[in-house]
Structure formats: C-alpha cells, structure tokens
Design a binder for this molecule. Sequence first.
Ligand code: UDP
Length: 479
Amino acid sequence: MSIAMESQANPHVLLFPAPAQGHINPMLKLAELLSLAAVPVTFLTTEHSHRQLTLHSDVLLRFSRFPTFQFQTIADGLPDSHPRTFTQHLPEMLSSFKSIVKPLFRDMLASSHFTPNLTCLILDGFFSFLVDINDDFVKVPIFCFRSLSACSSWSVLSIPYLIQHGQLPIKGEEDMDRIIDKIPGMENLLRCRDLPGFCRAADPNNDPVLQFVVNQSIRSTKFDALILNSFEDLEGPILSKFRTLYSTIYPIGPLHALLKAKLANEETESSNSMREVDQSCLPWLDNQPPGSVIYVSFGSITVMGDHELMEFWHGLIDSGRNFLWVVRPDLVRGKNGDVEIPAELEEGTRQRGYMVGWAPQEKVLSHEAVGGFLTHSGWNSSLESIVAGKPMICWSNAFDQQVNSRFVSNVWKLGLDMKDLCDRETVAKMVNELMVYRKEEFMRSAAEMANLARRSVSPGGSSHLNLDRLIQDIRISRQ
Ligand code: UDP
C-alpha cells in the first residue's frame, strides 16, 4: 500500500512498542513529538509494561497535557509472576505474543476498539508478525519503527544471505575472528564475533530465536515505511541501503535529542523509566572533578555471572578512576536483590565508587563530571552517549549490541570495544586508555559527533526535517 496523498480531517495514529524499556522509551519520545504536533496518538502497551511505566515515571501526568493522547493496554498472556526478560525468556515470550497478543490485537482492530478510527499504525519492528493484520480489515498504512541501529538492523537482514553463502554458522571459538565480507555496505568490517548475538547459535537453520529474528526482519520490509532512531551523519551509508528496500524511510534520531530540542522552551523533562530511579548519584557527581568519572551501566536486561561482576568490580577499582555504576538488583544471572560488597573491595568502592540500582541516565551522561561510559552498547544508551559527547567502552553482550560496539570503535571512532573479553586487567587498561592516555583523541571525536547529532535535530537538520515529513504523511494518510 502506498501512503495515500489526500487530506484527512482527523488523523489518529496507534503506536505499539515491544514490551521492554529500550523499545518503549524511544517510542514514547516519538509519541510525545507527535502529540506536540497535535497529532492524536494512542499508545498501546502490555498491561505489565504499563504498570511498570506508570509506577516509576511521570508519564500519566506528562501526557495529560495532550487532550488527544491516550494510553491503552493489551494482555500479554503471561502469568503475573513471569519475569519477562528478553535475554532469558525470549522463546516463551515470543510464543505468547503470537498465540495471545496477535489475536487480541486483531480483535481490538476488528471491533473498532480504538476511536476515532485509526488512520495509521506504527508497530515495533519486533512485531513484524502483525504486518499482515492489515490484509483483513484495517486498510491504513502500517509503518515499522525500529529501535535498533540501522547498522545492526541491516546485518540482521543479511543473515539469510550469509547462511546461503556459507559465512554462517560460526564454527566455534576459533572461528570468531574470521572476517565477514558478504554484507553489502559493510564488506570486511565485521568479524564473526561482531555479528548480532543470535548468530552464535550452533545451528542457525534450526535455532528458534534466530529464525524468529530473521523472519521478522524479512517481514518488516512489507511495511509501508520505516522509521529509524538514527541520523544521516551517523549512519548515512547504511540508511542508503535501506532506501533500496523501502520507498519511504524516516531517520528521525536521536529521538531524545529531537524531543529536547522541541521542548527547549518548556519546563517538562521526559522520563520514561520503568524502574525506580535513584537520583542520589547526581549530588555525588556534583562533588567529582570534571571528566573524572566513568559511568558504568549495562542497560535494562543484560545479565552477567558472578565471575564477570567481580572482574568488572576489580577492574574499576584497579583503574584508579572514580566510577558510578548501575548495579540492577537483577544484574547477576539467577539473582534478584542487593549485591553485597566483598570485604576486599569495600575500601576501594567507598573511596572511588558510587552504586545505584537504576540511574537517571540521560542526566548522568550529560553531567560534566562524567568523562566516559562503560556500556553494553544498547542502541538507546549509545545514542544518549553520542548526544552527550561521551566516549564509550563497549562490553556488548547480545542481540544488536555486538554490531553497535564494532561501529563505535572501528567506524565512528568513539571509543573502545572490549567485545568478548571480561577480565580485570582489560577493564582497568581500557578505562585508563579512554579516560587518560587517549582522552583528547576520544573527547574530540565524541564532541564532533555530538555536534552532528545536535545539528540533525535542529531546525533545518535532517532528522528535524524527516520528522516534519513523517507528521505530514501521517496527517494525509487515510483509510
Ligand atoms: N537506563 C536508565 N537508567 C539506568 C540504565 C538505563 O534510565 O540506570 C535507560 C537508558 O537511558 C536507555 C534504556 O534504559 O534509554 C536502555 O536502553 P538500551 O537500548 O540502551 O538497552 P536495553 O536495556 O534495551 O538493553
């Protein structure tokens, strides 16, 4: 379906993100941007996500200023006690999405549950199995929103091609440094270890998660248009590749910076947190010298073993730098609760460290005391670091993160990639390389990219213009 080019008096767009912090956060930013432009929006989330979001953030109050905005919820078919973590329970979550969420969503659309009538759907790329929902009765444009980087999305799309050309499967640990030369636009850039985490499956043809991801990516090309949380100056060459698959793409990132630019004259500060935020780290940062603190956070779903936790901890203390570390209660695999400080680390942690269960990350990254970010390379975290002009050390773990970290280190030159290493010597060495020995070089490239990001979201910038175009196309799309 092409985007209809006739005027429509009452646009009404439905946004439906996957139920995870890293997906809900950018889609809420888009919802806020559309609402600021007076486009009526319904934001559909699972009941569980909605509960978490409204418990720990001010979204209800914030969005109440838009009379044509509404939240709606849908059941996810999982018991209340289910932990719902993508990293550990993806197969059962996928099966529930397909068997429960899809028919429920279909019923909602068929029964005119959403009023006024919808004129456009914006679905998370993760929900590409919903793209054919259009065929039966909802004759409106369906756009795909991808919360991943263009480079990782492109490499996921290339997986069938890699299998076909014998570049996958990866044949064990000794094969990890083999160069992948068959991804158009990324020739000779990625090693096997830089491919999306799912590619480590022993048998790619029969791995359910990998098959799901690849099928969703292929199906995602059936959407009427693609919205990406990225920007031309960062991912221009890969965005051009996407233009060969989609007649319309809207790179409108970094969304949090675009929203901030639009809200410049307003008091409102957006927080879409689904966990309780510990603000106490901000006064602690206020007391640290400029550029002296390495901020450490592995996002909302990454888990690690006890051994890895200890290696990071020793490495941070051995580095001699100050650190602010987000240790989520569920960061260590199989545990949920406060992490006890081992006796031998007490002194170093007290002297140099500050730990919280969940930080106000955007504020932390823009704090002048923070000089670098040790990150898992989730796409939101990467963009937030880019906008704040902070170089990164990447310890990527799963999904899209391995590709992002390769681009951070080898394409954008914004930091260092630990990749599969996790030992105290590497941690301490890389922290010092980033924060001391190569500080100027990294700060310079980070500042340049931050400028480009800011320019893209300013009036006349590429993302700013693309958002205007998206709003215009939503306004004229019709049933
Ligand atoms: N985040 C936060 N506080 C924290 C850690 C993370 O607010 O202590 C936010 C972060 O700002 C980002 C999101 O959680 O917007 C994590 O998304 P990302 O794509 O980086 O990683 P994911 O959690 O999806 O792996």
